[in-house]
Design a protein around this ligand. Sequence first.
Ligand code: BGC
Length: 794
Amino acid sequence: MSAGDTAFPGSAAADAEELVAGLTLEEQVALLAGRDMWNVGGIAEVPRIWVADGPHGLRKQLGDPAEIGLAESVPATCFPPAATLACSWDPALAEEIGRAIGAEAKANGVSVVLGPGLNLKRHPCCGRNFEYFSEDPLLSGKMAAGLVRGLQSAGVGACVKHFAANNQEAARMTVDAIVDARTLRELYLTGFEIAVREGEPWAVMCAYNRVNGVYCSDSGWLLTRVLRDEWGFGGLVMSDWGAVNDRVAGVRAGLDLEMPGPGANAGVVLQAAVSGALDKADVRRAATRVATLAFAGAAEIDPSAPYDAEAHHELARRAAAASTVLLVNNGVLPLRWPSSIAVVGALAERPRYQGAGSSEIAPTRLDTPLDAIRERAETAAVTYAAVYDPVCGAELSGGVADAVAAAATADVALVFVGLPPVYESEGFDRDTMRMPACHDRLVQEVAAVNSRTVVVLMAGSPVEMSWAHKPAAILLPYLGGQAGGSAVADVLFGDAEPGGRLAETWPVELADVPADENFPGAPRQVEYREGLNVGYRYFTTAHVPVRFCFGHGLSYTTFRGGTPVLSAERIAPGQGLSVTVPVTNSGARAGSAVTQVYVRRVEGGVPGPDRVLGGFARFRLEPGETREAVVEIGPRAFQYWDAAGGAWRTPGGVYELRLGGSVDDVRVRATVVVAGDGVDAEAPVHPDRVAGEVAFAAMLGHPIPEAEGPLPYRRNTTIADLAQTWRGRLLRKGIMAMVRKQMAGIAGGDPTRAAMVERVIEDMPLRQLVMASGGRLSYRRLDTILRVLNAGRR
Ligand code: BGC
């Protein structure tokens, strides 16, 4: 896609242009915000379309679209969330799932699905990591592009989110991510770039937060220069829900659509356009894009289009197995006709299969591991003990002791542990990487009495596992989606292989993670001082041992790689190459190999990570079968972002290509010589772990900005921040009571949702009250309130 092209099919763009040219300025302005929570368009001949969450299924809210509601939505297939699906390393599978979600969206009258989410996993405790793919931008981007292609092949738009550097939930609506240009480009923007270039999504959603001092919703640099001018994005940019900081600046910057609507900004935008403060051409451009989206969406909707819910469930089951990672196995798996099985842990009966928040799908049905194991175990005696509360994870009376007694006499013990729902959600981050203490104890005590203990770990992101050497096997289904329970049984009994490979590092402990020193940062500013030291890029460079490395995953079969052949042994600047390698299934069962190629600088180059993922290929082999894996390595694997010059540069050098089954498992090597582009840029600063003041300022190219204080109060003051003064506390109490009342229905009695709603309210900037008030509170009144609050602050 080149700059200026449209991402939309058919004549949508031309029709919209013609129509908008005939609209009044008021009508154009009216198009720049949604009609309500979920509807867009519907003004002056422009069709009204419905947009809905995403991303791993359809969440079309039931009830009044003027109100936000998380509790009730149409039944839809809940596929494995991104954290899980990424472990398949299979963009084609993501595409298949995208197509299925698209079909369900279409049948439900939804034109745009708000996903995929592809923010990079900077820190294992980001509350929304379950919605994101990987710590590696290439894997994230490829998986996201697959999902986008799939959705759009069904005639439904994708909306890639949250652009950009939205890597934590704490203070997510206002925090300023201070990131140096090289890190931003090489880590946090690359996944979006791949998804945009290769997937051509209809839409991109801007994030809530600021990046280097500017709200994403106001950033012309991000939304136009990088996204459109550099990457050739031809779709529409919409705001995250309530992310608009300054609507006029946003229209100018390239933020086409404000969501949700109708919002309070139409007047401000109109006034600015009439007074000349805002160019009318900017309004028209944004209105044309909204109309284009509406035309494209409306053309495809077909509520009578049937979809096969049963087939989608089976796809979800296959995807869950293909993404399940076998971390440890001393040979106990697959299970071979056990005489008795002790199943312990409530997650077997009440599995965690997705995360909480805006992505929570109402599944069409739900398979539980316990039912599936009972069914598959046939004549084997199966006992079950819940041990802990499935929601909060606390031990029940008799809990671990009863489980140990049952496990001691069983042939096999299946121990279900993980992160209970209240531990992981949109809206807040985890503050430790630990599971509830009784889960750790359960594993240790059961493994001590039964040498055939298999741990099944359900979580959306890594946990500490000091006991990892004790059980005979550890299976990691992450969050398996609605068919995950069956997929667990499929893998345990060997009806399916554990097809997954880790898409993120599992560190030994949180203290090993460099970003932890600046996470979640000050309430208003988070400094990415670790730079490129994220995930395996850090662990391999600093030689820090990990619990399970990036790319790791055992199989029920074995693979043997042959000698790689390179398409070129010397390449020019800006060129990539392909690596072809024969891979043989040397075991007795069919299985999927994931050939991973890491690029490691041997001579030349610039300071940076020891190795980066250059490319990968996944394919299935029958026993004894050999296939040629062809892995494309793009030019970026040999480049770095030159912050001073504002461009990608190729430093000449000798690079080793390491082929293997994980970042640490090198099977074969090859060498390529890369010619440099002859530009002598100053070598960038790369900290060993975390940059100190001076080094971070050097990385930024300017002094570290001073973090904003909480006072004086301003439009972006959060409700939590009001606690600074007694007048603020008084107002805060009033607002909390009012908003809580308004939002009471949202949680629908669910404790995880209730915790999320509470945190979301606390993190809300005051300006969002204007939007949420439905016209009762204006910006002018808010400014008056702020003046009163700030006068004689106490
Ligand atoms: C989330 C988005 C979501 C939107 C609509 C926001 O709070 O950050 O991911 O699409 O709500 O539910």
